[in-house]
Design a protein around this ligand. Sequence first.
Ligand code: SF4
Length: 497
Amino acid sequence: MSYFFTTPGVEVRERRLHSVITYHGTAKDLYEKSLDRSHAPGDRSYSQCSCCMGSTASAVAHIKDVALVCHAPIGCDAGMFGLVLQARGSALSRRQEPFDLHIISVNIQEKDTIFGATEKLKEAIREADRRFSPRAVMVTASCASGIIGDDIESAAEEMEAELGYPVAPVYCEGFKSKIWSTGFDAAFHAILRKLVKPPSQKQEDLINVFNFEGSDVFTPLLARMGLRVNYLTCLASLEQLETISEAACSVSICETLSMYIAAALEEKYAVPEIKAPSPYGLNWTDAWLRAIGRALGREEAAEKLIAEEGETWLEEIAALRERLRGIRLYVITGDSFAHNLVNIGKSLGLEITGAAALHHDLRTDNPASVNTLNALIESGGDIPNFTVCNMQPYQVVKILRKLKPDVMLCRHEGLTGIGSKLGIPSLFEGDANYSAGYAGVARMGRRILEALQTKRLLENVARHTELPYTDWWLAEEDPFYFEKDAEERRGNGGPEA
Ligand code: SF4
C-alpha cells in the first residue's frame, strides 16, 4: 500500500522506501545493492545540515489561497524569506501577477515547551484568517512541537470547525527523518487528506505535472498534444488541487518529488502515473512523450511532437556536442533530479566524472514506477564516483578537490558557491523547467559553454579563497571519514581533538 489512508502522517522514507544517506562507489553497484536492499541506510558522526521542513514549505507555501502557519520556534522559519522571492520570480516568469506568500510563525518559546503551545497555534491560525482571508490553512510541525507532543491534529480540527474551511496539519518534524524529501511526502499527504476532492468527472485532456517553482515549459509543450497542464503545486489555486483526482494521468519533473502523491493518486483515484523517466535529455524526452501518448491514446501526436522538436533542435545540439567534447561534468542534486541532469550531460556528450545524490531511495512507492537510476545506467552506462551525500558541504569540498571536474551542476545555490571557491565553473539549476525537453538540452549546452568562460576568473578566486575548514580536514584523504562504516573500520569515533 503506498498511501497511508488511516494515519495523519506518512511514514518516513527511511522506513517506507529503505532510503539511504551515505554511499560511495558506482551507480551500477548502488543499483544492484538496492535490488536486495543490501546497502544499509548509513549515518555520520558529524553532519552539517538536514531538515525536511524546508521541502515541505516549498510544496505548500506557494499555493494560492492558502496560508501557512509554522508551528515552530522562529529560527526554524528563517528560510521562508527565500520562498517569498521564489514565488514572485515564478509568477513573473509565467507572466502572472506576482503575489505575496501568507506565512505566520507561531514562534514557540521556552515556556511553551513546558506549558504547551496549542493555544498559541490556534491564535496564530485565527491571525492568519484575519490577515489573509485564506481558503485553507496548512500547519507545519517542527522538532519543538513534536518533542513536546502538541496535539496539532485536535487543534486543526477545532479551527476547521470554527473557520469553516480546511486546516491541514503537515507532520514534517525535522528530527523524524534525515531525508529532505520526506518533507515533500508529508506535504502531499496533507494535501491528499484535506484538500483533494474525489472526482466528480474525469477530464481526459488534463495532465497533472508535479513540479517546483520556476517557469512553465510544460503548458506550451503538452498543448501541442492537445493536453491541458495542471501545474502543481507552486502557484496552483485551491481548485487545481481539489481536482487532481480528475486528471487523465500524472507526470513529474522528478520522481523523488512526486512518487508518493503519484502512487497515491493511482491507487486511490485511478489516475495513472506515467512510467517513464522525466523529460531530461533527448532519449528520456522521447520516452516520456511516447509514454504519455500511449497512456492517453495520443501516440500520433507524440510522434509528431518528437519529430518537430528534433527538427528544431538537433542540429544545434550536434554543434554543441562538438564544442563540449572532452568536458568533464560533476552533478550534485536531489536523488532522481541528479539522474536527470546526468542524462542531459550524456545527451551533450559530456564525460561524467561523478555525481552525488542527496539521498537514494532503494525502492519506489509504486513498485511499477520507473527506477531512474537503473534507467540512467541502461541508457548511458555506469557512472563512476557516485556518492550519496545528504547536503554535507564539508564532504563536497573534498570530493570536488579530488575529482577536479571542468564544470559542476547543482540545484542548491549554496553549492555553486563552493564550486566557485574551488575554481570550478558551477551552474545553479534553480528553475527545474529550464532544462526540460529538447530545448532544455540546447539551453544547458549553451549555459555550460558560457560558464566555462569563467574558468580563469574562478581559478583566480580559488587562489585567494580561504576555506572554513581546519588544516587537518583539508589534508585528510578520505572525504567519507565521518561515515559510520569508515569509523567502524578505524575502530574509533572521529578525529582526535
Ligand atoms: S524543525 Fe528541527 S531540524 Fe528543522 S529547523 Fe527546526 S529545529 Fe532544526
